[in-house]
Design a protein. Structure first.
Length: 99
């Protein structure tokens, strides 16, 4: 999760909605890529073999507070099955999508 958070925070067009402190963050990282709809980003990642969720994640009240109610967020939930190479691949694909 730290590797993912650090990689996303280094990207110019990414807005992170997860806390920076490890102790305050669970194993989920939420973000948006530029002004794109979260579902469009999730669909594009799915086309590259990356499973994430885009949308409101059953929390429209939180999205109202975050001001992401219109487009939601992309949610990544790394697990023990994910490798550093998986995170590198996700970040590489997102950097490519940034262009």
């Amino acid at each position: 999760t730290r590797m993912l958070y650090d990689g996303l925070s280094a990207m110019e067009t990414v807005t992170l909605y997860s806390p920076a402190e490890d102790a305050a963050r669970v194993g989920v990282v939420s973000f948006n890529l530029g002004d794109r709809m979260s579902t469009a980003v999730a669909d594009a990642l799915d086309q590259r073999g990356i499973a994430v969720r885009g949308g409101l994640h059953c929390a429209p009240g939180m999205h109202g507070w975050l001001r992401t109610l219109r487009r939601g967020t992309v949610r990544v939930s790394p697990s023990w099955q994910n490798t550093p190479e998986d995170i590198d691949y996700l970040l590489a694909v997102l950097r490519d999508m940034e262009r």
